[in-house]
Design a binder for this molecule. Structure first.
Ligand code: AHR
Length: 661
């Protein structure tokens, strides 16, 4: 009772919280190209093979390395066939030396093999699945390719194709398969059978057995549609490739050699991925470039810098071959079709050069090789790459894999790369980190991954992106965008992960073979909101920050004014009233205000297995009042964007998807 009375008194005498007054000047910010929101992709957590790369067959070509010997994982015999690996005198190619021998034994009728995919396969009726395989050995008859349930054996679709197989010759067979029924779940297999009686010498050899569902934009050897669309859906404009640790490899003999990732699949040997599995390299450099083209993304192309995860440091007198490789790589991407590597790209079907403005040298060179590795980078590795790249490509901006905050006095005209995987509080500390930094940086990897109170990697990784971490990311993004004259953009990392095998939990999108499990995390919603409202110019505003953090600006192309904000840990978790005025914006002007709020538990997340989205989006039209101000209130731990309704006569209209033509 006493407590009740005190509460009433407190409510009556409590001062009404005064609004945060924000007055945005009409000029004086950064004249800039839009801040870029992007992502890093590398094959981690099966985000490539079995993920974004749409191939359904696991271990399709028995690729191997010293670290990952060839095996028959994924494959099972059908009707008593006997499967074994063979290294034939006549392999399919010098890249694919191991193949699968299928011996008929005493079996009668249809024999063969099945593959259970990357933890299942999604089978949808009326969709066209495109398959192929190479076979060696004499066989007269037909092959039957089918998609069927791994539980009941029910066949959802099958097709027959006449054998052209011959003794002592590898012959490719292709087919299309259109299921007549959708599978009720993803526990399905692909099966290839043939008539035992038609096999002349008791067995057949198979390799590069492949099956693709329809792909994103219909590309051959392309991407899984729902995952590509989920990524595209957050409106990224920037793609950093090819990693990350994947670029570096385990040793300086097994780095991600881009030359082994291009051309026909039978010429790609695969790669001992640093995340614990042999990767196919089906998602190679060309496929990454096509991804960028299809999503209209600016590329940040990383080139190997002579340091690998085992700490091997390439000595100065052995570095030149790697520099030459990097120059070849740049030529492959951006050289015209008359150049040596540009002509290779042209032969692969892309005569036009890809736009390339940013090249990054190495990845996190301050880490793997310890002090000696970092010193070698600063002393000779980065300077040698910088000089060579700029000598041949003066327009390219070369980025060091470390930042000024890693203790690098980056030589001109180099730029820096800064990575942050932090607690929500650490993400908020990013807000003004770059205010005094004259050197241009990219934020090449960013995500909130630890709970507050956790310190470093020992502080525990969260299971998924979580709401308070996502709000922390929002604050960091606001800080980066405020400094966009010196920050190229920020990339979320890693972008996606398989729920079946992963090495890194906190990713923007989660998936499994079953597309129903594809889940956009809390972070997806915030990045989508910010990336969906690009500013062409930031504009200065008066007021302090904390607990409301924000950036203001305009989009001249659309003729709009924009406010992006986030409230992080307000006093007593109270709402923050805001009174926002843009100089020159008249009373009565309309704007759309979008506010994202999260669950009661700040550590709540979007769980793929419940399908519950904890992010609540409210969108309303508001009008500037008599004094021209937009008045609204933002809850604690919320993220918001206000954009005025586009004027009828925008000044210019030259932006495509955030990038100027
Ligand atoms: O994004 C996951 C990994 O984190 C990257 O491969 C590496 O650069 C960083 O340490």
């Amino acid at each position: 009772m006493v407590q009740f009375s005190l509460a009433i008194v407190a409510a009556i005498i409590a001062p009404v919280a005064s609004s945060v007054q924000i007055t945005v000047e009409s000029s004086g910010g950064n004249a800039t190209t839009p801040h870029q929101y992007g992502f890093l992709h590398e094959d981690i957590s099966n985000s490539g093979d079995g993920g974004l790369y749409a191939e359904l067959i696991r271990n399709r070509a028995f690729q191997s390395s010293e670290r990952f010997p060839a095996d028959l994982s994924g494959w099972s015999p059908v009707n008593g066939a006997s499967l074994s690996l063979k290294t034939l005198d006549q392999p399919l190619s010098s890249a694919l030396k191991t193949s699968m021998n299928v011996a008929v034994g005493s079996s009668k009728g249809q024999v063969g093999f099945s593959n259970d995919g990357y933890w299942g396969m999604d089978v949808k009726k009326k969709k066209t699945y495109t398959g192929s395989f190479w076979v060696r050995g004499a066989y007269e008859g037909t092959f039957t390719a089918s998609l069927r349930s791994n539980i009941t054996g029910e066949v959802f679709g099958s097709t027959k194709l006449r054998s052209r197989a011959k003794a002592s010759e590898w012959i490719e067979h292709s087919f299309k398969l259109v299921p007549t029924k959708s599978a009720p779940n993803s526990n399905n297999t692909f099966t290839l059978t043939f008539d035992a009686a038609g096999v002349k010498d008791g067995s057949l050899d198979f390799n590069l057995i492949s099956l693709f569902p329809p792909t994103y934009k219909g590309r051959k050897n392309g991407l899984r549609v729902d995952l590509a669309e989920a990524i595209e859906g957050f409106h990224p404009t920037l793609l950093r490739i090819p990693g990350g640790n994947m670029l570096e490899g385990y040793t300086n003999k097994t780095w991600w050699n881009w030359k082994e990732t291009i051309g026909p699949l039978k010429d790609r040997p695969g790669y001992p991925n640093v995340w614990g599995y042999q990767q196919t390299n089906g998602l190679g450099l060309m496929e990454y470039l096509e991804l960028a083209e299809d999503m209209n993304l600016e590329i940040v192309l990383a080139v190997y810098a002579g340091l690998s995860l085992n700490g091997d440091i390439t000595p100065q007198d052995k570095l030149q071959p790697f520099i030459d490789d990097a120059l070849d790589q740049i030529e492959f991407v951006s050289g015209d079709a008359t150049t040596k590597w540009g002509s290779v790209r042209a032969k692969l079907g892309h005569p036009a050069p890809f736009k390339l403005r940013y090249v990054e040298v190495g990845n996190e060179d301050w880490l793997a090789g310890g002090t000696a590795g970092w010193e070698s980078y600063k002393e000779y590795r980065f300077p040698m790459f910088l000089k060579a790249i700029n000598a041949k490509y003066p327009a390219i901006q070369v980025i060091s894999s470390g930042s000024v905050f890693d203790g690098y006095n980056i030589p001109a005209p180099g730029n820096g790369d800064y990575h942050i995987y932090g607690t929500p509080d650490a993400m908020v500390d990013q807000f003004d980190l770059f205010d005094q930094t004259p050197i241009t940086h990219i934020i090449g990897e960013a995500a909130a991954v630890h709970p507050n109170g956790g310190s470093g990697w020992d502080g525990g990784l969260m299971d998924y992106p979580f709401w308070i971490g996502t709000v922390g990311e929002a604050v960091s993004l606001l800080g980066y965008e405020r400094n966009t004259d010196r920050i190229i953009g920020a990339a979320y990392a890693p972008i996606i992960r398989s729920l079946d095998r992963w090495q890194w939990a906190v990713t923007m999108i989660q998936f499994a073979a079953d597309p129903a499990l594809t889940t956009k995390s809390t972070s997806w919603y915030v990045w989508e909101l910010f990336a969906g409202h690009l500013m062409t110019h930031t504009l200065p505003a008066s007021s302090n920050f904390n607990p409301l953090y924000y950036v203001t600006g305009k989009n001249e192309d659309k003729g709009t004014y924009i406010f992006k904000g986030a409230v992080y840990n307000s006093t007593d978790a109270a709402d923050v009233p805001v009174s926002l005025t843009f100089e020159g914006v008249k009373p009565g002007t309309k704007a759309e205000l979008t506010i994202l709020t999260g669950p009661a538990n700040p550590y709540g997340y979007n769980d793929p297995f419940t399908g519950v989205n904890v992010v609540k989006t409210t969108r309303e039209k508001i009008t500037a009042g008599k004094r021209g101000s937009f008045d609204f209130s933002l809850p604690n731990l919320s993220v918001a964007v206000l954009e005025t309704v586009p004027s009828k006569h925008p000044k210019r209209n030259t932006m495509r998807n955030g990038l100027r033509n």
